[in-house]
Design a protein around this ligand. Structure first.
Ligand code: PLP
Length: 461
């Protein structure tokens, strides 16, 4: 095997060399690093992380919506170390172990309604995959073998496994892997900023009903939606939207999956996003914040009604992952949930979300800022060429703006956030849930001059 010299020595130069030669970064244009450095994050504490040169960054994205309690929680890591000494690993295939049992009960105590049955996974994509498979097998067991299709929303991201990818509604992520798992159908998302003129907001939920009728209700297994859709820039639901989706699902015996890989564990100021918007799904998928990202873990949580057919005789949900419910991750998740409670993290988010929002709203005087939207500590700014017409950027302009200027400039000034163009160009912010007003000022201190400069470069305003 070819390795670069000095393997394992860990100096900044060898890390760069080895990263460029051996590490395959996810969703990353590796070619971009032929003549520039790979950003290497070496340490984290609280809301900050440091790179290998000692430069500090505000983690305005919570390490991909994960590090809800911030970084460097040695107390929580200790719970994992203690668990590894007691029982390093046993799987949840045919066996149980105390931490998985305790965590399942703890998670169930936080969910809405009768979502009481917890199936662990190693991450979010596996949780979505599990939910889609559970929905199919549930319908087969309950006498509806043709119910296989899933309805999701345009531009939504539900993960990369082939089943989850068929629900993901981002065309460039789907095309390289076609043909996809059959059955993925898409309806408009809740981007009310760009609602076609004359279309009532109520049409958004009705589009799900229309699509079910178009496909044939006897072929539709599930609807999957995030409480607040991340991709495209934190699309919140209009009033009554999820209540109507629930009615539609009930009308046609379609399972409602709330994909809360991001929107649970306090991100929206509640344990689960469904609680913020007051709806009761049949299945919730979660991951990321369940362990504060100190260990990888996810879960699919099913209602008693959906789990019931699997709880008798020889019936089995024929699905699993070796590491799901890993004792170390489960111990860390239990300690993380303790911290959410003891440190009143959800209350803190609800008390301070308006400060974050007001700071972002105050940027509306900058010509490139078209819209500000989101909920809790999960917010976005949509960038536009013309605020009056809401004209957006073409692909080349978005490339020049996002990759050629904004991403690098924000990072260079010490703010990690996401400049994203999976829909129209947006800047996404999802700070650690421990952050507060002084941190929001810090974010503004970077965002304002960078957005003003972007406006100048584009000769806006
Ligand atoms: C809503 C949603 N679902 C699923 C996933 C996939 O999760 P993972 O990357 O842990 O597989 C993500 C990841 O960001 C997500 O945001």
């Amino acid at each position: 095997m070819a390795t670069t010299a000095g393997a394992g020595s860990g100096t900044a130069a060898t890390l760069q060399e080895q990263a460029k030669r051996h590490l395959w970064m996810h969703f990353t244009r590796m070619g971009a690093y032929a003549d520039s450095d790979v950003p290497i994050i070496v340490r984290g504490e609280g809301v900050y992380v440091w790179d290998e040169h000692g430069k500090r960054y505000f983690d305005g994205l919570s390490a991909l919506f994960c590090s809800n309690l911030g970084h460097g929680r040695a107390d929580i890591a200790q719970a994992g170390a203690d668990q590894a000494k007691e029982l390093d690993f046993y799987s949840t295939w045919s066996y149980a172990h105390p931490r998985a049992i305790e965590l399942a009960a703890r998670v169930a105590s936080k969910t809405p309604g009768d979502l009481n049955r917890v199936f662990f996974t190693s991450g979010g994509g596996e949780a979505v995959e599990s939910a889609l498979k559970l929905a199919r097998q549930y319908h087969k067991l309950t006498g509806n073998p043709n119910k296989t299709k899933v309805i999701a929303r345009e531009v939504a991201y539900h993960g990369t496994p082939m089943g989850a990818l068929s629900a993901t509604g981002i065309t460039p992520m789907r095309v390289p892997f076609e043909p996809l798992t059959p059955g993925g159908c898409h309806v408009p998302n809740t981007n009310v900023y760009r609602l076609p003129e004359g279309m009532p907001v109520s049409a958004l939920a009705e589009s799900v009903r229309e699509r079910i009728l178009f496909e044939g209700p006897e072929t539709v297994s599930a609807v999957i939606m995030e409480p607040v859709q991340n991709a495209g820039g934190t699309f919140t639901p209009p009033d009554g939207y999820f209540q109507r989706i629930r009615e539609i699902c009930d009308e046609f015996d379609v399972l409602m999956i709330s994909d809360e890989v991001i929107c649970s564990w306090g991100r929206l100021g509640h344990w689960f996003g469904a609680q913020r918007y007051d709806y009761l799904p049949d299945i919730i998928t979660t991951a990321k914040g369940i362990t504060g990202a100190i260990a990888p873990m996810g879960a699919m949580i099913a209602s008693d009604r959906v789990a019931e057919p699997f709880m008798h005789g020889t019936e089995t949900f024929l699905h699993g992952f070796t590491f799901a419910g890993h004792p170390v991750a489960a111990a860390i998740a239990l300690a993380t949930i303790d911290a959410y409670e003891e440190e009143q993290i959800l209350e803190h988010v609800l008390e301070n979300e308006h400060v974050l929002r007001e700071m972002l709203e105050s940027l509306r005087d900058i010509p490139i800022v078209g819209d500000v939207r989101g909920a809790g500590y999960f917010q976005s700014i949509e960038l536009v060429k013309d605020r009056d017409t809401k004209a957006s950027f073409d692909d080349d302009e978005a490339e020049t703006l996002l990759r050629g200027f904004l991403s690098g400039e924000l990072f260079g000034r010490g703010l990690i956030c996401r400049a994203d163009d999976r829909g129209d160009p947006v800047i996404q912010l999802s700070p650690p849930l421990i952050s507060g007003p002084q941190h929001f000022e810090e974010i503004e201190g970077v965002l304002r001059p960078v957005l003003e400069e972007a406006s100048r470069r584009l000769r806006l305003g």
